[in-house]
Design a protein. Sequence first.
Length: 323
Amino acid sequence: MRLALKNRFQNWLFQLGGPQSGVIVLVQRRVFILPSRQGVIFAAVLLLMLTGSINYTLSLGFVLTFLLAGVGISAMLHTFRNLANLRITAVHPAAVFAGDTARFTLCIENPDDTPRHSIGLTRDKKDAEFADVPARQTVLLGIGAPARRRGLLRPGRLILYSRYPLGLYHAWAYVELDMPCLVYPRPDPPGLPLPPLEKSAGQGGESGQGHEDFLGFRQYHPGDSPRHVAWKAAARDRELLTKQFTGRVNSQLWLSWEILPASMDVEQRLSRLARWVLDAQSRGLSFGLRLPGTTLPVASGEAHRARCLEALALFEYDGARHA
């Protein structure tokens, strides 16, 4: 109950309403400012200087105290204006594998004629990245986040902040954009053999590696059939090449959930399938993917690889439903 009330109060105070799409403008009500630790010490020193000047009637003490106080007030204005009116948009994050670091990038546009300096971006208040934003220009500023598990990783509330120019004040703004990062399953180590080909139900087609017409050579990959290795070329150039053929085939490569051992749990199966997807694509093979409730037809290419990995990343297994 206390946590819910705290979150509701923070959402009201800091103008937070969940992830937003489009452009976020740091208007006046979205930028907050408080004295930093150095600012508190600076204010305490000014108070001591003012007390000493009053006690000892020091004219120069008054002059110096009020001069420094004016500098502090001016610094507060500049710190606030260093963030105000910036325009923030999200950059679509690139997909990563579980265990890697996802990169969340913001596009920061400065619409004013005044450059902005030392704009910081942090996610956990520990690690931060900084950038200067010249007048009438746009820069990219990103922060990393560990991708511990597959699925969609959301950055949560990011904090843009500034202590420019003197570090006496800390101005900040919360930014929560709709920019989820797709996290693929962590693939098994390389070197695992691909599953055997399955006989197709039809008369055959072009969805395979055919064995009729010679197409050319490509680099050898572990697991290629020794019958297709160009041994004569290897003897001359000391480099292993694999012969490629085209033609109608009656077998297809299917990466199926069902053929994996029953002793493997869900995440282990997804990791094995991810490895097979990567290996099949690297060898230039056409393949299909079968998951409980989902089937991706035989195809090839980078787009097909991305679709298969996305299906693995977002897969939800219901043992009762798929039994």
